[in-house]
Design a protein around this ligand. Structure first.
Ligand code: ACO
Length: 430
């Protein structure tokens, strides 16, 4: 590989900084010595131009609309793979052999139940509590039931156990949070069901009404989980890395990621999209009015599910989800007017110079809510579904960071713009 470098001229002096080249040809200027050499730092609000790490997990080309997990195109994985298989791929780097898969799946089953005492935690939350708040709290509380994990010296066996506990128990926590919110008894995980049907059963069956698990429903949910499983250095994953960089345990790091995901500019957008589509519906499907509001710079309103920090072309996940939405609605015989409104919004967005000039396209959250709704998942659980899907990605990134002997605690700089030194005056002299 050519040893490239970048030259920076500051105060008349020229400094040479190394260039790092990734396996897909992405280039980055290594500024880690910049302050030592020059006393300057860089300024990059929202980290739009800053790589915090080298990562071998997910490749994303936002201009070309490419997304690959460990080299495998997302389209192939969504069509053919299972969610637990993808979790293994993301965390351990390769697709599992039949034996590795069997062992891995068995540990999922083993760790799916919650400690009986944990059930009382759910009683402490108000009935109307948002399930994302419950999820973040109970995931963090796992560290009280499985304490003593030294993140910096985690054995392979301990990591494997904690990783599977998180991925398996998050389903149970999510379903219990839902049951609590509707006042129904908890349904325990079953050892004879696979990952997705097991979750659906915990969500929707009750003692007087067993839930029939349809393959189409399980498949649609599986596809959504796979498409959400990782997305490199997004807000929640960067949060998991940042918290983990202080050697906080994996439960705590992931709990922080759940909180970051909750925001409407991130994973919470899936809930906000449905609210927006319903608001349009109430306004006699007046899409133009909504677009005008989004374009008005004096109005903070944005079209939810539209735009992305990295994708400057159609989000490849949204493409698959859109097809999947058509498919599942047809299979379940549902005619959802919100899908028609969403299609209308997309058509207008793709033809409107405001959105075209800014490269704003539907993102992963634009059509996913329509599928969740068709599957009977309530709106306040949409972002919880995203969190279940994203769990393997968060864990993979935490592991990659902790496996790196050169890791450093995350600690950005700032440009201070406050007062210069001034002297304290006692209260009666101010
Ligand atoms: N509606 C209207 N205008 C928008 C939208 C939108 N949804 N998204 C971006 N813009 C405009 C901005 O106003 C800005 O315009 P300007 O250049 O005239 O100031 C320009 O496009 C660039 O937008 P930024 O906010 O600078 O882009 P950024 O990369 O910081 O934000 C984000 C990306 C947060 C996703 C943004 O597009 C957005 O708010 N979208 C709606 C929320 C959403 O769907 N979030 C989910 C993203 S996917 C995920 O996280 C899982």
């Amino acid at each position: 590989m050519d040893q490239q470098s970048a030259k920076v001229i500051l105060d008349g002096n020229t400094y040479e900084l190394p260039v790092i080249v990734g396996t897909e040809g992405e280039k980055g200027i290594d500024i880690s010595k910049l302050r030592t050499l020059t006393n300057y730092v860089t300024f990059d609000q929202g980290f739009g131009n800053t790589s915090n790490c080298k990562s071998a997990i997910t490749y994303l080309d936002g201009e070309a609309g490419i997304l690959r997990y460990r080299g495998y195109p997302i389209e192939q994985l969504a069509e053919h793979a299972g969610f637990v298989e993808i979790a293994y791929l993301l965390i351990y780097g390769d697709l599992p052999t039949a034996e590795q898969f069997k062992n891995f799946s068995e540990t999922f089953t083993e760790h799916s139940t919650l400690h009986e005492d944990m059930k009382h935690l759910f009683d402490g939350f108000p009935t109307r509590a948002h399930p994302m708040a419950i999820l973040a709290s109970v995931v963090c509380a796992l560290s009280t039931y499985y304490p003593g994990i030294d993140s910096a010296a985690l054995s392979t066996e301990e990591f494997d156990r904690v990783a599977v506990q998180l991925m398996s128990k998050i389903r149970t926590i999510a379903a219990f949070a839902y049951k609590k919110s509707i006042g129904e008894p908890f349904v325990y995980p079953r050892h004879d069901l696979e990952y997705v049907p097991n979750f659906l059963n915990m969500m929707f069956s009750n003692p007087s009404r067993p839930y029939k698990i349809y393959d189409e429903v399980s498949k649609a949910l599986k596809v959504l989980l796979i498409l959400h499983a990782d997305h490199e250095q997004n807000c929640s994953t960067s949060t998991v890395r940042l918290v983990g960089s202080a050697h906080s345990n994996l439960f705590a790091s992931v709990s922080a990621g759940i909180c970051a995901l909750w925001g409407p500019l991130h994973g919470g957008a899936n809930e906000a999209v449905i609210e927006m589509l319903e608001a349009i519906q109430k306004e006699d499907s007046n899409v133009d009015k909504c677009l005008e509001m989004a374009k008005d710079k004096t109005n903070p309103f944005r079209l939810m599910g539209i735009g992305h920090r990295v994708y400057k072309s159609y989000d490849p996940r949204a493409k698959i989800i859109k097809e999947c939405a058509h498919d599942i609605l047809q299979k379940l015989g549902i005619n959802d007017p919100l899908l028609d409104i969403a299609l209308k919004v997309e058509k207008k967005v793709l033809a409107d110079s405001y959105f075209v000039d800014r490269n704003l396209y539907p993102n992963v959250d634009f059509y996913s809510g329509i599928i969740y709704k068709a599957l009977g998942i309530p709106r306040n659980m949409f972002t919880v579904m995203f969190a279940i899907g994203r769990m393997p990605g968060w864990i993979a990134h935490w592991k990659e960071m902790m496996d790196n002997p050169g890791r450093k605690i995350g600690r950005p700089r700032q440009i201070y713009v406050g007062h210069n030194k001034r002297d304290y005056l006692s209260i009666n002299k101010r």
